[in-house]
Design a protein around this ligand. Sequence first.
Ligand SMILES: [Fe+2]
Length: 195
Amino acid sequence: MQKGAAEVLAGLYYRFFQFCRALTAPVKWRKLNPVYLDPYLSQAEKELFLSLDPITGCHSLRVAATIIKNYNRLPAEIDPVFAVKCALLHDIGKLASRPGIFLRVTAVLWRKLCRLFSRPVEKAPSFLGPKNQKKLRAYYRHAALGASLLAAKGGDPVLIWVVANHHTQLPPPPPTGAERAEALLRLLQEADRKN
Ligand SMILES: [Fe+2]
C-alpha cells in the first residue's frame, strides 16, 4: 500500500516536472544554435529536426545529452556519433502531430483511461473534434510514423529500426549484421525514460 502511494507521488512529481519543462521549452528551443547539430545530423536530418515542436525538440536534446554522458556504456561496435543521431531523431514521428501541452496532457490522461477500461487508445474521444482526434492518433503512432519518414528519406536501417522500436518492450530482431543495436536501443529507452 505504502509502495503504491510512493509510486503515485513519484508519478505526479514526474508529470509536474515534465509540465514545467514544457512551459520553458519554447525559450530554450529559440536559443539553440543549429551548428551544434552538425557533427551528428546531415543537412536533411537537421532540417527535419529543427521542424519539431519545441517540447519534442528540447526533450530529444536532453536524451542526446544523456547518451553522451553514457558513451562508456555503448557497445564497441556502436559509433557514438550514430547513437546521438538516434537520440536526436527518435521522436521525429511527432512531426505528424506537433503536440503542444494540451495534446500531451490529453494523450496521457486518455491512455490511462483506456488502460483502466481496457479499450484501444486509437478511438480518440469525440469531444476533441476531428482535427485533434487525428493528431492524437498520430501522436500514439509516432514511433512507426518516424520510422516511415526516415525510410522514405533513405535513412540507415539501424536508425529506422531504433526509431520504430523506441517504445517497444520486446523489439523484433535488428537488421542483419547489427545485432549489437539492441544494446543501443536499451540505452536510448533508458535515456528517454529519464527525460
Ligand atoms: Fe517517443
